[in-house]
Design a protein around this ligand. Structure first.
Ligand code: C2E
Ligand code: CA
Ligand code: CA
Length: 587
C-alpha cells in the first residue's frame, strides 16, 4: 500500500546505506506519520538539502561515499543546517560512537540495530526541542524588534535610528552624502493638555503617517533616490521625529523636502471629533559637510530645529556652527528659571495706563521681570519662550497671578479702590482645569476686588474657543473682572471669537502706533479698530506710545486710553506706588 502523506507532517531527510536499517527506519517513521526523503550518500544529502528543507536529518555513520561523522561536520558548517537537529546512527562496535557523534555536531545519536519505536520517540523529542528553540528564537527576535520600534507609531525608535546612522556612516564609501532632518512639533504639549494624552497619541500616529506619506511621494517623484526603509524614519521621544536622507543634494533637495514635510503637517488632523492644526520646527544637518560623527550630526540637526523654533516655529533651519551656543545655553536658562521661581528672582513691574484726553492715570499693566543673578534684569522676551516650551509657564503664570492679586489687594487696602490692574496670562494655563480652580481660589483668598482686575489674553488664545477657556472666563467675568485682548490686530483675521467671549478691552498692538510719526500719516487700521471698539462698546487702549507725535495723533483719532514709554515706563511696585501717589496729589 502506498502511504498517504500529510503535507503538514515534518519532512525528514535520511541517508542510510544498509538496506535492513533503511527499511526499518522508513517503516517506523512513515507509520508515525513523517514524510521522508531517502538518500544513501553524503553527496545526495547535500544536493537535496536546499530543495527539501527538512525538519531533521538522520545520518548513518557509514554512507556510500564517505563517513557519516565527517558528513555531519560538513553539514553543520552550512548556514541552513546550523540549527537543524541531526540524528546519527552509530555502530555497536564503535565504543566512542556517541562522543564522536557529538564532536561532529550531531544533536543526538542511536546505536544500531535500532528499535523502530525508540527511533520515533527520539525523533519526536528532537523535533519538539527544535520547535521550542525556534519559538524562543522568534520571541527573542520579536523582543529585539520591539525594542527597536516605537510602539505608538511603529516607526523606528531612537535606538534603532542611532544604530542605523552609526552603521551607515561607518560603512559610507567616499562621495556618500547624508542629510539628517530633525522635526520637533510646535507646542504639542497643548494638545495633550487640552484634549488628553490618548488624543495626543492619535495625533502622533497620524503625524508619523503623514511624514511617511510625504517621504513616499518624494521617492515616487524621484526627489529621493532611495527606498523608504533607508530613510529610517524614527520617533525620538515625545513629539520629535528624525529622518535620514542618503544621497540627496544638501543645498537644493534638502530644503525642498523639509518644506514638503512641514507643509504636509499643516493640513488639519481630524482626531476624536476635533480638528487639530499642527506645525513643526525642522532642523537640517549634513554628512560629511558638518561632521562625520553620528552623535554630533544628530545633535546639530536638533540644534537647528531648536533654532527654527526660536524663529517662531513652522520653518526649517540648516545647521550652522554659530547655532551651537544656543541649545546648551537654553538648557542652562531653563534650569536657572526653574530655580528663579523659588529663589524670589522674579518680580512684577507696573507700567502706567493713562486716559489720553486728560492724562489721568487710571491703572497699570503688570509686566514680568527676572532679576537674574548673572545677567541682570531680563525682559520676558528672553525667557518666556523657554518657559513656554518647558511647561514652566504654568507655574510662572500662577506666580504672576498670585503676586498681582496680592499687590492689588494691598493697593486697595491703602484706599486706592479705583486703581485698575491688567495681568498678562499665557493661554497655556487655561487648558488645565485644575489650574483654573487654583486661579479663582488665589483671587478669592487675596481679598482683591475683582472688579479692578483685567486679564490680558492674545487673540490666538481666544481663537481656540475651547470649553475650559470659556468656563474660566465665564467664572472670572461673573466675579466682575474684565478681559482684554492683547496685541489686537496681529492675530488671526477672523474676529468670530469676539461674539463668544465677553471681552471688555482691545489693546491695539504697538506695531500700528509705530507708523504714527511726525508726518502725521493717518493709520486706517487704528481708525478701524477704534470704530469697531466704539460700536461694540469696548474700551480701546493703544500700546507703545513713545513720543509726543504719536500721542497727539492718537488723541486726534479719538483714542481714549494709552500706554507707552512716553507716558511711563514699567517700574517696580514701590516706584509705581510713589508715581500713583504723586499723580493723585496733583489732580
Ligand atoms: P505686552 O503684553 O504687549 O506688553 C507690553 C510690552 O511693551 C512690554 O514689554 C512693555 O515693556 C513694552 N512697552 C511698553 N511701552 C512701550 C513703548 O512705548 N515702546 C516699546 N518699544 N515697548 C513698550 P515687556 O515687559 O518686555 O513684555 C513683553 C511681553 O511679554 C508682553 O507683551 C507680554 O506678552 C509678555 N509678558 C510680560 N509680562 C508677562 C507676564 O507676567 N505673564 C505672561 N504670561 N506674559 C508676560
Ligand atoms: Ca499685555
Ligand atoms: Ca501687547
Amino acid at each position: 500500500m502506498t502511504p498517504t502523506f500529510d503535507l503538514e507532517a515534518p519532512l525528514l531527510l535520511m541517508a542510510v546505506t544498509d538496506p535492513w536499517t533503511r527499511t526499518k527506519v522508513r517503516r517506523a517513521l512513515q507509520t508515525a506519520g513523517y514524510r521522508l526523503v531517502e538518500t544513501a550518500s553524503a553527496a545526495a544529502v547535500l544536493a537535496n538539502l536546499r530543495q527539501t528543507r527538512p525538519a531533521l536529518i538522520l545520518l548513518d555513520c557509514a554512507l556510500a561515499d564517505q563517513d557519516g561523522f565527517q558528513t555531519c561536520g560538513q553539514l553543520r558548517s552550512l548556514i541552513e543546517v546550523a540549527n537543524l537537529p541531526i540524528l546519527l546512527l552509530t555502530e555497536r562496535t564503535d565504543l566512542r560512537g556517541a562522543q564522536r557523534a557529538f564532536d561532529a555536531g550531531a544533536t543526538d545519536s542511536m546505536v544500531k540495530p535500532i528499535s523502530g519505536r525508540q527511533l520515533c520517540f527520539r525523533v519526536k523529542t528532537l523535533l519538539q526541542l527544535q520547535q521550542a528553540v525556534t519559538d524562543l528564537q522568534n520571541a527573542q527576535s520579536r523582543i529585539r524588534q520591539l525594542r527597536r520600534t516605537d510602539h505608538l507609531t511603529t516607526l523606528a525608535n531612537s535606538s534603532r535610528f542611532r544604530t542605523h546612522l552609526n552603521r551607515f556612516l561607518a560603512s559610507a564609501p567616499t562621495n556618500t552624502t547624508l542629510t539628517l532632518l530633525y522635526l520637533d512639533l510646535d507646542r504639542f504639549k497643548r494638545i495633550n493638555d487640552t484634549l488628553g494624552h490618548l488624543t495626543g497619541d492619535r495625533v502622533l500616529i497620524q503625524i508619523a503617517q503623514r511624514i511617511q506619506g510625504a517621504l513616499a511621494s518624494a521617492i515616487a517623484e524621484g526627489l529621493l533616490p532611495c527606498a523608504l526603509e533607508e530613510c529610517c524614519c524614527a520617533r525620538f521621544g515625545g513629539d520629535e521625529f528624525a529622518v535620514m536622507l542618503p544621497g540627496i543634494d544638501p543645498q537644493q533637495v534638502a530644503p525642498q523636502l523639509a518644506h514638503q514635510l512641514l507643509s504636509c503637517l499643516t493640513q488639519p488632523f481630524a482626531v476624536d471629533g476635533y480638528e487639530v492644526v499642527m506645525t513643526a520646527s525642522l532642523g537640517i544637518s549634513h554628512f560629511p559637510g558638518d561632521t562625520r560623527d553620528p552623535d554630533t550630526l544628530l545633535k546639530n540637526a536638533a540644534t537647528a530645529a531648536y533654532h527654527a523654533k526660536q524663529q517662531g516655529g513652522n520653518n526649517s533651519q540648516i545647521f550652522q556652527p554659530n547655532l551651537l551656543g544656543g541649545s546648551a545655553g537654553r538648557l542652562r536658562m531653563e534650569n536657572e528659571l526653574r530655580k528663579a521661581l523659588h529663589n524670589g528672582e522674579l518680580a512684577l513691574y507696573f507700567q502706567p495706563q493713562v486716559a489720553l484726553k486728560d492724562h489721568r492715570l487710571f491703572g497699570a499693566e503688570a509686566l514680568l521681570r527676572w532679576h537674574h543673578p548673572r545677567l541682570g534684569t531680563l525682559l520676558p522676551g528672553s525667557f518666556l519662550p523657554i518657559a513656554m516650551e518647558s511647561g514652566l509657564i504654568v507655574d510662572i503664570d500662577e506666580w504672576v497671578w498670585k503676586q498681582a492679586c496680592r499687590q492689588l489687594a494691598d493697593w486697595q487696602k491703602q484706599g486706592w479702590g479705583d486703581l485698575h490692574l491688567s495681568v498678562n496670562l499665557s493661554g497655556q494655563l487655561y487648558w488645565q482645569s485644575r489650574c483654573i480652580e487654583s486661579l479663582l481660589c488665589i483671587l478669592r483668598s487675596s481679598g482683591a476686588d475683582p472688579c479692578r482686575l483685567e486679564i490680558e489674553l492674545t487673540e490666538n488664545t481666544l481663537m481656540r474657543r475651547d470649553r475650559v477657556t470659556l468656563d474660566f472666563l465665564g467664572h472670572f467675568k461673573a466675579l466682575g473682572a474684565q478681559i482684554a485682548i492683547d496685541d489686537f490686530g496681529t492675530g488671526f483675521s477672523s474676529l468670530g471669537y469676539l461674539k463668544d467671549f465677553p471681552v471688555d478691552t482691545l489693546k491695539i498692538d504697538r506695531s500700528f502706533i509705530r507708523g504714527l510719526d511726525e508726518e502725521g500719516d493717518p493709520c486706517p487700521i487704528i481708525d478701524a479698530i477704534l470704530a469697531m471698539g466704539k460700536s461694540m462698546g469696548l474700551r480701546v487702549v493703544c500700546e507703545g506710545i513713545e513720543n509726543k507725535f504719536q500721542l497727539a495723533a492718537l488723541k486726534e483719532l479719538g483714542c481714549p486710553f494709552g500706554q507707552g514709554f512716553y507716558l511711563g515706563r514699567p517700574m517696580p511696585d514701590a516706584l509705581f506706588t510713589r508715581h500713583w501717589h504723586l499723580h493723585k496729589a496733583s489732580v
